[in-house]
Ligand binder design. Structure first.
Ligand code: GRF
Length: 285
């Protein structure tokens, strides 16, 4: 259950409590309403009771989810039930995030997947090449499976590709994954791998251009603006078709650190949105 709903143990307990208390409230309110009608117990009463509690149930669980702090889970849960009932059975796209750093972008994308009522994607796997990376803790916190890939396996073999496909992974989001993506993976996922780069490509991209190195070079070059680039991944470093660029000012007083903070803010507010919009388009095809 924890895995299916991507929640931790505490949230699962609170969700079960919401179901239990919301259900009881619904039954209680249903009986009180029927008392007002003066109906006698019998077939008609049972039929009316079933109709009344079916209508009341969503309101009762939503109401109870507020004090239990589970409103965002239940609004999404009810939206999903509604979609299924109205015949829209499109499954969320299964996404793997490849990351090897702190994982702040991965975290924001997971939050978007879990919190979004559109439910058009879910993060099913975090692929990482660095044991001990912060992103692994984020995966653990959110009950998401992880796959640690070793260099040899990544560049010389492609046994991990069937592993991704067997898990049903349909789309790959790179969020601070520093290795160049091998052609075999690009062929297995054509136009289904995207990356974010902390500069306005084509400037300040390519091999070795990552992390603080990018910001240091931009400041040393006296640039007046920097920004982020979200792009499809092709065989070259930081090269594929650009999906979105957003810029920010580089002021005289900026240091690599302050610039990195500005860039991270831009990344967090745009990357999850772009992932959701791309997968919404993919889902509606
Ligand atoms: C981001 O700045 C991203 O642009 C780059 O790697 C960094 C990852 O940061 N590709 P985080 O691990 O998501 O905090």
């Amino acid at each position: 259950m924890k895995q299916r709903w991507q929640v931790n143990g505490i949230n699962l307990a609170l969700i079960i409590c919401t179901f239990a208390v919301g259900g009881s409230l619904c039954g209680f309110a249903g009986r009180k309403l029927l008392e007002l009608t003066g109906l006698h117990r019998g077939f008609l009463w049972v039929l009316s009771y079933i109709i009344v509690i079916t209508l009341l149930w969503p309101f009762c669980v939503l109401l109870i989810s507020v004090p239990f702090g589970q409103f965002s889970f239940f609004i999404k849960y009810l939206a999903k039930i509604w979609r299924l009932m109205s015949g829209n059975k499109s499954k969320p796209v299964s996404v793997a995030i490849f990351a090897s750093g702190a994982g702040s972008n991965a975290e924001k994308i997971i939050e978007r997947a879990v919190g979004s009522a559109t439910n058009n994607f879910r993060i099913d796997l975090i692929v990482c090449n660095k044991p001990g990376a912060g992103v692994l803790l984020i995966a653990e916190k959110n009950n998401i499976d992880t796959l640690i890939i070793e260099k040899e396996q990544f560049f010389r073999g492609d046994s991990y590709i069937p592993a991704l496909q067997e898990r049903g992974i349909e789309f790959i989001v790179l969020a601070g994954f520093l290795w160049k993506i091998p052609v075999s993976l690009i062929r297995a996922y054509p136009n289904k791998i995207i990356n974010i780069h902390p500069a306005l490509l084509p400037k300040y991209g390519g091999k070795g251009m990552y992390g603080d190195k990018v910001h240091e070079t931009i400041i040393a070059a006296g640039e007046k603006e920097s920004g982020i680039t979200i792009h499809y991944v092709d065989e070259l470093y930081d090269h594929g078709n650009i999906i979105l660029q957003v810029s920010c000012e580089v002021s005289k007083n900026d240091t690599p650190d302050t610039l990195a903070k500005k860039i991270h803010l831009l990344e967090h507010s745009h990357y999850p949105k772009v992932v959701e919009e791309l997968l919404q388009m993919q889902n509606s095809r």
